[in-house]
Design a protein around this ligand. Structure first.
Ligand code: GUN
Length: 291
């Protein structure tokens, strides 16, 4: 068996085009363009690339990106003041603060300061809690992207044994909640898991977001499994590699998402979708504000 490739680039392009068309409809009906505040702190090259891609994708979809590039010396209270101003600005629908932040800023404080209505990353504790309680509002982008890819290839996780490698706040945990919500049986593996191979061998759907090239041996893949590799590591030769031994896994899986060109492009596409959804939702309440 040679697996079909899950073309994340093409699926992301479909999502982005759908967002663009809906934005066009909004404008035609007299509403303003959705607006996303993007905050980049410091000059970490990878974050600069990610944020540049997000800003370009906004422009291509007709979403207004309001760019804030701040020095690495920005204090936590300066950042919190900027978020507060964005929360109160009715012309802004979504707020994205690129992570990681410089060491002197507490990311949990920053994420919690973003108003849940504008939480297009889906990392706020309330947003996360709503997903855990099966009433999601905005959804974390990468895990939502994985779910969209499964839907697009007509694979329903309901009743299937899904094995999630990596339990990070940004990807693994929200993905576990998404898969649970869809009716899957979910096993989560992390740095303390003993006998990873035994778990991987049982996976009908396998996702890996660890960032360790070659972690998953191709021969461990259950025949016919769907494999979504979310790990992405730049090697010393400049090439990008995922967590799964691709060529060997491809001989056993039924579907496989490659690195690059698999899950990666979906994160940006779902960010655009979330920004549009935030703009479309009419509720903009500020519970702590005296009126
Ligand atoms: N850093 C790595 N991935 C992400 C993401 O999805 N959102 C934000 N804000 N920062 C990130």
């Amino acid at each position: 068996m040679t697996a079909h490739l899950i073309d994340g680039k093409a699926i992301a392009a479909e999502v982005r085009e759908q967002v663009r068309l809906t934005v066009e409809d909004r404008l035609a009906s007299g509403l303003r363009a959705p607006a996303l505040a993007t905050v980049l702190i410091g000059d970490e090259p990878a974050s600069q690339v990610y944020v540049r891609n997000k800003r370009r994708a906004c422009a291509a979809a007709g979403i207004r990106s309001i760019d804030h590039n701040l020095p690495a010396t920005t204090t936590e209270s300066e950042l919190l003041a900027l978020i507060d101003a964005c929360n109160r600005n009715e012309g802004i629908d979504g707020i994205l603060v690129q992570l990681p932040l410089p060491g002197h800023i507490d990311p949990a404080k920053v994420v919690s300061a973003i108003h849940p209505d504008k939480d297009v990353d889906g990392f706020h504790p309330l947003t996360f809690g709503l997903l855990a309680l099966r009433t999601p509002r905005l959804r974390p982008c990468t895990s939502a992207g994985v779910m969209r890819m499964l839907e697009r290839i007509d694979v329903d996780p309901k009743g299937k044994h899904c094995v999630v490698l990596g339990a990070s706040n940004l990807v693994g945990r929200p993905l576990v909640l998404e898969l649970l919500l869809s009716g899957a049986t979910v096993t989560v593996c992390h740095r303390f898991t003993a006998n990873l191979e035994e778990h991987v061998r049982q996976a009908e759907i396998l996702t890996s977001a660890v960032g360790q090239p070659g972690l998953v041996r191709g021969e461990w893949i259950r025949p016919g499994a769907v494999v979504l590799d979310i790990g992405i590591t730049r090697m010393s030769d400049g090439k990008l590699r995922g967590d799964v031994e691709f060529e060997q896994a491809r001989q056993r899986a039924s579907w496989i998402a490659p690195v690059p060109g698999g899950v990666g492009p979906m994160t940006v596409a779902m960010l655009l979708q979330n920004t549009l959804d935030a703009a479309q939702s009419q509720t903009k309440e500020f519970p702590n504000e005296a009126s």
